[in-house]
Design a protein around this ligand. Structure first.
Ligand SMILES: *[C@@H]1O[C@H](CO)[C@@H](O)[C@H](O)[C@H]1NC(C)=O
Ligand SMILES: *[C@@H]1O[C@H](CO)[C@@H](O)[C@H](O)[C@H]1NC(C)=O
Length: 345
């Protein structure tokens, strides 16, 4: 029996007991642009089918050919506070639908204790066990999590919504109960946080794949809500990569007055895909850290947004890094349709 107790203890040790006790890089990336382009899924299309909000290096554009574009060289600035990070991160955009049928884009803010102009709070999480190193991504690496066409709950782990309290974050593990894949049904005092977490095992060969997902996978023996790379990577995808996670805080509070909500009792928010259920939120990732900076930060087990191994800039500096929209359309007024005329479902 003793070996069982030992095995359990090792599993618990491996998983880490809470989000607070293991190192994780967590930093602010301000809004680079809100635009209807998607170099990963619809390269070259201007416009792409739905609107995205994008952060990171300013070499971002609709084509971004991975064979020729070196993000750290082509970028002149980044909207992230780690100034060696010229990666791009993007997600769908949240809209509010008024009783009169018009739509308004919901603004964003950074998570607690971080500052910036809208954007995404980005995490890179190493293994909780310092002996298990992770391998940073290679130039040209890309991946996608979630599915913009989903009509029911998806299988990607930890893609969900949290109805936020007025302050704090409830302290439960992301996407644990009561977080849900659907959008919250009631007004949220602190807005809605969408959480998007990427897999932690890579095939070690392909920088991308036709569906942008099959070159990476989840570890076997890892639980849905584990924090950081846990479990064992399968032999098809043997390389342990950092766990990348996005948190996006949508400032839905400005629409919390129930007088503004639909009379039929449904909730009024929807993704830029037209989806009012919530299943289609997704995250896109294009790696672009300079040289071996991400590997050094992971090896040093840097925590939060301070890491002496790599270069940092102030939030004020990061916020200056923006781009003009290439698809000329109004995304900020009371709109008669969602950009791209996405069908509302
Ligand atoms: C994107 O940027 C690259 C490199 O700067 C450039 O060659 C390409 O033409 C740009 N594509 C678009 C669609 O703007
Ligand atoms: C529609 O409703 C919103 C929210 O109440 C309001 O701000 C907007 O002016 C209205 N637009 C029209 C065309 O009535």
């Amino acid at each position: 029996m003793q070996w069982k107790t030992l095995a359990l203890a090792l599993v618990l040790l491996e998983r880490g007991s809470s989000q607070g006790t293991m190192p994780m890089m967590r930093f602010s990336c301000s809004q680079l642009v809100v635009d209807r382009i998607d170099p990963l899924v619809n390269p070259g299309s201007m416009p792409s089918p739905h609107l995205h909000q994008i952060v990171g290096g300013n070499s971002f554009n609709a084509s971004m050919d991975p064979a020729t574009l070196d993000l750290p060289t082509a970028s002149t600035c980044t909207s992230c506070t780690f100034s060696d990070d010229f990666s791009n991160y993007w997600t769908a955009v949240l809209f509010f639908r008024a009783r009169n049928g018009t739509f308004k884009r919901v603004s964003q803010r950074q998570e607690e204790n971080l500052h910036g102009n809208g954007g995404i709070t980005v995490y890179y999480i190493p293994s909780s066990n310092a002996k298990n190193t992770v391998t940073a991504f290679k130039p040209g690496f890309r991946m996608l999590v979630g599915d913009a066409s989903l009509k029911a709950a998806g299988s990607a782990r930890k893609v969900c919504h949290r109805c936020m309290p007025a302050s704090g974050d409830k302290k439960n593990i992301n996407c644990g109960s009561p977080d849900s894949q659907t959008l919250p049904k009631e007004p949220c005092a602190g807005g809605i946080r969408s959480i998007i977490t990427f897999p932690t095992c890579w095939d070690g060969k392909n920088l991308d794949s036709p569906d942008h997902t099959s070159h990476v996978t989840y570890a076997t023996g890892s639980a849905t809500n584990d924090v950081g790379p846990t479990g064992k990577c399968p032999s098809s995808h043997p390389v342990v990569i950092p766990q990348v996670m996005y948190e996006v805080r949508w400032q839905t509070q400005e629409f919390n007055d129930k007088e503004l909500w639909p009379k039929d009792g449904s909730q009024p928010f929807l993704w830029s895909t037209g989806d009012s259920h919530g299943y289609t939120q997704h995250g896109d990732y294009v790696f672009g850290w300079k040289g071996d900076s991400l590997q050094r930060a992971m090896n040093a087990r840097c925590n939060n947004d301070v890491c002496k191994e790599i270069n940092t800039q102030t939030v004020e500096e990061a916020m200056k890094c923006t781009k003009h929209r290439v698809v000329e359309e109004d995304v900020d007024g009371w709109l008669h349709s969602i950009p791209g005329d996405a069908m509302v479902i």
